[in-house]
Every structure is written in structure tokens, then in C-alpha cells.
Write a protein that binds this ligand. Structure first.
Ligand code: NAP
Length: 269
């Protein structure tokens, strides 16, 4: 058994496993010998991934189709997880929107709060109990570079990702003594379905796109390699530079600069 499986096995729950960064987490965790529960809404994608995982790696994969914006998410997931020892939870499912907050559909903004903040909090509360009892385990909360700074046009999304960042950092400090590793994973631009859903267009960065964007492979490789070491993980030197500059600038100025930056990135630009 790999060291990773000893510490974070025998089962991992990965939300957002039907696409992008979540799919990559599921594959790389399974590759390390940990069985996976795959959570998202699109059952067909989850079933296809589960069968790929079981063909490629000697682990089991279970699908748990669920809408994580629903009120009773823990109850909905119970049948898929109740009989398992979950040693790793990856809270990856998320969505974004762009445009002035007051022009947004309030129902979609509420769904984003539920998906990006409420779901990670409740799933962590449920699944990390067993980890604390066993004295080992891990929780990854996928935040974002956007969690470090406000930006006009992405007001609520950035606030949800700031929640994820602060939630993970606090939890890491609470659970360290119990042998549970918590990580706030903060990707920058990553090629996934996220941009289409959020109304962002990587091409608007022109030549900078190559410096600003990366793949889910790079994000997840860094996340899993640093789990148990660093708590707050920012992928990519350009993104780390941006975080440092956001921290050095007065907040009024960093909010203006990051807002202008993200405006350039929006599809309607
Ligand atoms: N891509 C980026 O540039 C970027 C940058 C920084 C941070 N992030 C963060 O990375 C995380 C993963 O995003 P991604 O880039 O991989 O995006 P993605 O390709 O759009 O994947 C999003 C995942 O979330 C799931 N999801 C969406 N709504 C859901 C719901 N109501 N219930 C259950 N699952 C739901 C989707 O599955 P279904 O549609 O099948 O439900 C999908 O599996 C997000 O938290 C995002 O904020 C992304």
C-alpha cells in the first residue's frame, strides 16, 4: 500500500468529479491506490469515469449523482457513503458568474453560495468526524486566486472563494493536532468548463494567456504533492506573484486593479 493510501485511504470523496479539476483529482487519487466516490450532477460522466478508473487502477469507484446546491446534501449522499471509511474529502465542485452583482439572477447567486460555501462546510462537518476519530485523513477545499481579492464583476464569486480559503485555513489549524491535513488549494486560470459556465474568455488575455493559464494536471499534481505540508497552495509562479502584489497593495487599489484585470477576461469584453 502506498504511503498516500495509508494516510488518506481507504476511500476518498471527490465533488465536482464529472469535469475539469475534479476529474483529475479522482484519477490521481485512484492512481495512488485510494477508492473513490464520485459526486456531481451528470451521472453519465461519473459512470464513464468510474469505469475508466476501475479499468486503469486496482481500486473501486462509486458514483453518487447529486445536486450540491440542495438543502439536504448530506442526507442525499448518505446512501453512497454511510458504509465507508472516508479518509480524504476533496471539495472541488464550484461555479462562477460574471457581471454586475445587482444585474445577476438572485437564485443563481444563492445556488453559488450553496455550492461553493455551504456544501464544503456541511460535507466537511460530516466526513471529517471519522478522520478526527481515526487520527488521520485529509480535506482539500478548492478555493481560487480570486479568494485573495475582491473584484468588480465577480463580487459574489470572489467572496465565496475567500470563504473557502479562510474556512480551510481555520480548519487546518483546528485539525492539525488530530492528524488531519487540510489544504486550501488556490488555482489561477485553469483550462476547464469553468470559463464557459462563468462567462470568461481566456483568449482575451492575448499573449499573457500562456503565462496565466494552466491545466488541471498541473493544479492537482501540486495539490497532492503538497498535501500535509503547506496549507495554502497557490499554483504557478505568476499566480504567486499576483498574490504577493495583492497583499502589498492597499485593498482599495488591489480591488480596482483586480477588477480591471478580470473585466478584460470576461467573455463580453
Ligand atoms: N478553472 C479555473 O480557472 C478555476 C480557477 C480557480 C478556481 N477554480 C475552482 O476549481 C473548482 C473546479 O472547477 P473546474 O475549473 O474544474 O470547473 P468545471 O470544469 O466547470 O467543473 C465544475 C464541477 O462542479 C460540478 N458542479 C457544478 N454545479 C454542481 C452542482 N449544483 N452540484 C454538484 N456538482 C456541481 C460540475 O459537475 P456537474 O455539472 O455534472 O454537476 C463539475 O464536475 C471550482 O471550485 C472553481 O471555483 C477554477
Amino acid at each position: 500500500m502506498s504511503k498516500f493510501a495509508e494516510k488518506y485511504g481507504p476511500w476518498a470523496v471527490v465533488t465536482g468529479a464529472s469535469a475539469g479539476i475534479g476529474t483529475e483529482y479522482a484519477l490521481r487519487i485512484a492512481e495512488r491506490g485510494v477508492n473513490v466516490v464520485l459526486v456531481a450532477r451528470r451521472r453519465d460522466r461519473l459512470e464513464e469515469l468510474a469505469s475508466t478508473i476501475e479499468d486503469m487502477y486496482r481500486v473501486k469507484a462509486r458514483v453518487a449523482p447529486a445536486d450540491l446546491t440542495s438543502r439536504d446534501i448530506v442526507e442525499v449522499l448518505q446512501p453512497a457513503i454511510a458504509d465507508l471509511d472516508v479518509g480524504l474529502l476533496v471539495n472541488c465542485a464550484g461555479m462562477g458568474t460574471t457581471g454586475p452583482f445587482l444585474d445577476q439572477d438572485p437564485g443563481i447567486q444563492e445556488a453559488m453560495l450553496n455550492l461553493n460555501c455551504r456544501a464544503p462546510a456541511l460535507l466537511t462537518h460530516e466526513l471529517a468526524q471519522g478522520m478526527r476519530e481515526r487520527g488521520r485523513g485529509g480535506v482539500i477545499v478548492v478555493s481560487s486566486l480570486s479568494g485573495f481579492c475582491a473584484a468588480r464583476g465577480m463580487t459574489n464569486y470572489n467572496a465565496t472563494k475567500a470563504y473557502d480559503l479562510i474556512f480551510a485555513e481555520g480548519l487546518a489549524s483546528e485539525l492539525k493536532a488530530h492528524g488531519v491535513d487540510v489544504q486550501a488549494m488556490c488555482p489561477g486560470g485553469t483550462y476547464t468548463e469553468f470559463q464557459r459556465v462563468a462567462g470568461l474568455e481566456p483568449k482575451n488575455f492575448g499573449p499573457l494567456q500562456r503565462l496565466m493559464f494552466t491545466t488541471p494536471t498541473a493544479v492537482v499534481a501540486m495539490s497532492l504533492a503538497t498535501l500535509g505540508g503547506r496549507v495554502t497552495v497557490v499554483q504557478g509562479w505568476m499566480n504567486r506573484l499576483l498574490v504577493i502584489s495583492m497583499k502589498l497593495m492597499p485593498r482599495r487599489i488591489s480591488t480596482w486593479v483586480f477588477g480591471a484585470f478580470m473585466e478584460r477576461f470576461s467573455a463580453g469584453h
